[in-house]
Design a protein. Structure first.
Length: 270
């Protein structure tokens, strides 16, 4: 009868220690890192569950609107004009188009030449209009062309404010018969715009603080802002003349210009 082979189980404690899992006395850092990871995992899971619950609870509900107050503010600063613009026109009439054109061109070329001699740069001379249209004679139900009118105007930008009166006098001498105003402006108004904006924002903030105090609420932060700015032009001299004689022109005073900034600021309150 064959004998059964018995398997001997080794219960030696030394063999029980042969495991891949580290022991606390030997791998304290490992256990600490595992504990930190598990803590973060629990927090991340809890946060996700809370976020999902909030989204579920808000299904079908309109988002909560902020409590806000909307305040307007205005800033106004003054500046000295450093540029003037005048529109000069020539109107010529003749029976033939070419004659009207030649007459008009001669006068305009004379004016441009004189302006350049006064120091007006070519870039500051711009043709604003050139038109030709017929003149009609209406008689016994008929309309007959009896001539043509040529109208040409040029915009003159004057950067030397002391030359304004000289330019206007030259306009008359050249034979121009239409002058439309002297309009003042500030060529580079960025700095004035910035000053006006700061003043407008300060005005809005002061109003907001006073209104919030009266309402018994606190201002949290700014959540909206819009701005519009303007620099109104001033016209010191305006004349539409026919057959100007080129006489002496009055002294032109530029005065000052106001740069205005209007802001609308939305404040969140609680």
């Amino acid at each position: 009868m064959p004998q059964k082979k018995l398997t001997k189980i080794n219960n030696n404690p030394k063999n029980m220690n042969n495991t891949i899992w580290p022991k606390w006395p030997e791998q304290k850092l490992f256990f600490v890192l595992v504990g930190i990871f598990m803590a973060y995992a629990i927090i991340w899971t809890a946060t996700g569950i809370q976020s999902n619950l909030e989204e579920f609870n808000n299904i079908g509900k309109a988002p909560r609107e902020r409590d806000v107050i909307v305040i307007d503010g205005q800033g106004d600063v003054s500046g000295t004009p450093d540029i003037a613009v005048v529109d000069v026109g020539m109107v010529s009439e003749a029976a033939a188009v070419i004659d009207a054109q030649n007459s008009n061109t001669e006068k305009m070329n004379k004016l441009v030449s004189e302006l350049k001699k006064m120091g007006i740069d070519s870039k500051d001379l711009q043709t604003a209009n050139y038109s030709i249209y017929p003149k009609y004679n209406y008689s016994e139900g008929r309309s007959d062309i009896v001539g043509y009118t040529v109208n040409q105007s040029v915009e003159v930008k004057i950067r030397d404010m002391e030359k304004i009166s000289l330019v206007l006098a030259a306009v008359g001498r050249s034979g121009a018969n239409q002058v439309s105003g002297v309009q003042f402006g500030i060529d580079d108004s960025d700095q004035l715009n910035e000053e006006a904006r700061i003043e407008a924002l300060a005005d809005a903030k002061t109003k907001a603080i006073n209104i919030a105090k009266a309402l018994g609420v606190n201002i949290v932060r700014v959540v909206g802002f819009t701005e519009s700015s303007a620099m109104p032009s001033s016209i010191a001299y305006s004349k539409m003349a026919e057959d100007m004689g080129g006489g002496d022109m009055p002294q032109i005073e530029s005065g000052t210009l106001d740069v205005v900034s209007n802001v609308t600021v939305t404040f969140e309150i609680e």
